[in-house]
Ligand binder design. Structure first.
Ligand code: ADP
Ligand code: MG
Length: 226
């Protein structure tokens, strides 16, 4: 299997009033398993729209998304939801942890929602919090953690249920550049240790060195690939 995820002439239009916004125009991208791919581009270039389509959170206007060779975009909603819950994880710019729960409880709660084997939830939550370097802080609540630590809890929660692909939409946008780079290096470590495939968006040029693959978007089109 060469690509874990790919698109074919993927387009997404948004109709607002009388105007149609062509947010994505005939996008053809491929993602290799166990790699870190960055989608870069200015605000409004279509990064979030693409992530939402790849993650089956949205339906294309035309074109297709393939997951391991099967068309994801054409599957019925309940099947898309099931695939998303089992095979995908998501990290967002604003961390969205539950403030009354400790780091451990946030991750354990995520495992519960993902219907992860109850017998193994505790061990798995502790294991992933260890992987993101938070063993000593796992009983702290989000408010007692730094921004970077909170994002690491969110990453642990996104990957605890052993998804194949983790999508991270501007996960470093609210962090300083040093802390942001640490998050990207953590992604590389998780790819190595857990066999994840990670697709992240950013508009920070300093992250590009660390990525295996970079697509640059402009006005809904891929203008560069390396
Ligand atoms: N729900 C929506 N309704 C109307 N326009 C939208 C919607 N979502 C995104 N867009 C438009 O699509 C374009 C791409 O947006 P987006 O994918 O959010 O870009 P990025 O994540 O790169 O900042 C923008 O012009 C944006 O205004
Ligand atoms: Mg965006």
């Amino acid at each position: 299997m060469d690509n874990i995820l790919s698109t074919q002439d993927l387009s997404r239009d948004f109709i607002s009033g009388r105007d149609t916004v062509h947010a994505l125009k005939n996008i053809n991208v491929r993602f290799r398993p166990q790699k870190l791919t960055i989608l870069r581009g200015r605000s409004g270039s279509g990064k979030t729209t693409l992530i939402n389509l790849l993650g089956a959170l949205d339906i294309p206007t035309s074109g297709k998304v393939f997951l391991e060779g099967d068309e994801l975009s054409g599957a019925p909603q309940n099947q898309r939801d099931a695939i998303r819950c089992k095979k995908m994880g998501f990290v967002f710019q604003s961390v969205a942890l539950i403030s009354l729960m400790s780091a451990y409880e946030n991750v354990e709660f995520g495992l519960r929602i993902a219907d992860y084997d109850p017998k193994n939830r505790k061990d798995r939550a502790e294991e992933v919090l260890g992987l993101v370097g938070l063993t000593k802080r796992m009983h702290h609540r989000p408010g007692e953690l730094s921004g970077g630590e909170q994002q690491r809890v969110a990453i642990a929660r996104a990957m605890a249920h052993r998804p194949q692909i983790v999508f991270a939409d501007e996960p470093t946008a609210e962090l300083d550049s040093h802390t942001g780079l640490q998050v990207v290096w953590l992604f590389k470590k998780l790819i190595e240790k857990e066999g994840l495939t990670i697709i992240m968006t950013t508009h920070d040029p300093s992250m590009m060195e660390v990525a295996d693959h970079v697509y640059t978007l402009e006005d809904g089109e891929i203008i560069d690939e390396r």
